[in-house]
Design a protein around this ligand. Structure first.
Ligand code: ASP
Ligand code: MG
Length: 453
């Protein structure tokens, strides 16, 4: 079996559903498990709606609920025409009713998070997956529906969702395998699940990739296909480099690095579950289904790719914290203490650099609690924050052991007077990562793409 994941833009309207159906038909002999996102824009609307509830903004609440309902009604109308779809329409009505109840509760108690927010966010995927399943059936495809909440066990460790892979495996084998056996394909929602206590939970924004990858790994799938609206993983962000081209093959390591440092095609956690099982991943475009896309596998030695630098990714909205303290000379534990402060506040540290008396770490821009953070860290030394930075990662399997490339990249930046604040380079690594000012991102990517790709 294979797992196919379709993102929000791939199911944005009736035409997109028709197109996806053709793609699924071409894979039926592989017995696909289909994981689907909410229609493009719906999760954003749900996020706004939930915020409007806590803000007690009745006007916005009513207009958002109406918009969500109308988009799905219109879709069903366009997909099924006069063919009665009473069950689907009833499903939309009942989900919208539930949503309204949840929103009223959130409005009354002015809540801004927790299980109720996950229940609200889940509505988009519940609707899109049910509609796709019914649409496939209307095309005489024997499709089975899986409620992802019966399989996806998602805990929260205080600041991020953590899937319980063991429980997922047990449930997937028990529930999905028989469904697959009795059907040509199975459709389920990405992104959503339940905690061990059966409270609503989600995998975080753009988490459907992660659902697909977790299920593919749990069921030992032959391949994971990630379908979106770009031609695969590109050599750079096409909004900066319009001529950026898709890469034919990448290693798991390269893809992890790019996803982690900002390439938007893959959720950063997608690769990890399939990496352990050595399951190949394909990143494909629903608009050009015949094109090859990008194949991600463990080793790329036998394949093409003469290039040393393969792709440039970047992550905006970064704050650099610089701490200076002579105490660092005496106590290595200070580094640990500073990192535990950051972890206590739920900050993900993307890069870190330490010398005898200096410690620099990067976190995401969070103006709300920066003052508190700085105050707590200042117990260990003098600390300052530099906001609006970007982490750039230049990636290529062949950069390993090719240290002159690191030097040439840095020299190129230096010659262009681009200020680099922190560099992480190891000759054993497949990437060079550095931090620059947000204002320099466009010219940096252009310069490096032209010179090295
Ligand atoms: N619908 C969710 C989101 O927009 C999950 C996904 O699209 O992968 O974040
Ligand atoms: Mg999405």
């Amino acid at each position: 079996m294979i797992v196919m994941k379709f993102g929000g833009t791939s199911v944005k309207d009736a035409d997109a559903f028709r197109n996806v159906t053709e793609i699924i038909k071409s894979r039926l002999q592989k017995n696909p498990l289909i994981v689907v996102s909410a229609l493009a824009g719906i999760t954003n609307l749900l996020v706004e709606l939930f915020k409007a509830a806590a803000d007690q903004n009745t006007e916005l609440i009513n207009s958002s609920i109406l918009e969500i309902k109308q988009r799905h009604y219109k879709l069903i109308d366009e997909l099924f025409g006069d063919g009665k779809q009473t069950e689907l329409l009833n499903l939309i009505d009942s989900e919208v009713d539930k949503l309204t109840t949840l929103i009223n509760a959130a409005k009354t108690i002015k809540v801004r998070g927790g299980a109720i927010s996950h229940a609200v966010m889940s509505v988009g995927e519940i609707l899109s997956s049910n509609i796709l399943n019914e649409y496939l059936i209307s095309h005489r495809i024997k499709s089975g529906y899986l409620d992802s909440r019966s399989v996806m066990v998602i805990e929260n460790n205080g600041y991020e969702p953590v899937p319980n892979t063991e429980s997922i495996k047990v449930k997937a084998e028990k529930i999905i395998l028989p469904l697959m056996k009795n059907n040509q394909c199975v459709v389920c929602a990405g992104f959503i699940g339940l905690t061990e206590e059966e409270e609503p939970a989600t995998l975080g924004r753009n988490g459907s990739d992660y659902t697909a990858s977790l299920l593919c790994s749990a069921l030992n799938g032959d391949e994971l296909e990630i379908w979106s609206d770009v031609d695969g993983i590109l050599t750079a962000d096409p909004s900066i480099i319009p001529t950026a081209r898709p890469l034919k093959v990448m290693s798991f390591n390269e893809a992890c690095e790019l996803a982690y440092f900002g390439a938007r095609v893959l959720h950063p956690a997608t690769i990890q579950p399939v990496l352990e099982k050595n399951i190949p991943v394909k990143v494909l475009n629903t608009k050009t289904p015949a094109s090859e896309g990008t194949l991600i596998i463990k080793e790329i030695n036998n394949y093409e790719s003469a290039e040393v630098v393969k792709s440039i990714a970047y992550k905006e909205g970064i704050t650099l914290l610089n701490m200076e303290s002579s105490k660092l000379l005496l106590s290595p534990k200070i580094t640990e203490d500073v990192l535990s402060i950051l972890s206590y506040h739920g900050k993900r540290v993307y890069a870190i650099s330490k010398s005898a008396t200096k410690l620099s770490v990067t976190i995401e821009n969070h103006s709300d609690d920066l003052v508190t953070l700085l105050k707590e860290i200042s117990a260990f030394g003098e600390v300052a924050a530099e906001k609006n930075k970007v982490i750039v990662s230049v990636v290529g399997e062949k950069m390993r052991g090719h240290s002159s490339i690191h030097w040439r990249i840095l020299q190129t930046l230096d010659e262009a007077n681009i200020n680099v604040s922190l560099v992480s380079q190891f000759s054993s690594q497949i990437s060079l990562m550095f931090i620059i000012d947000e204002v320099d991102i466009e010219r940096t990517v252009k310069l490096l793409h032209e010179k090295f790709i």
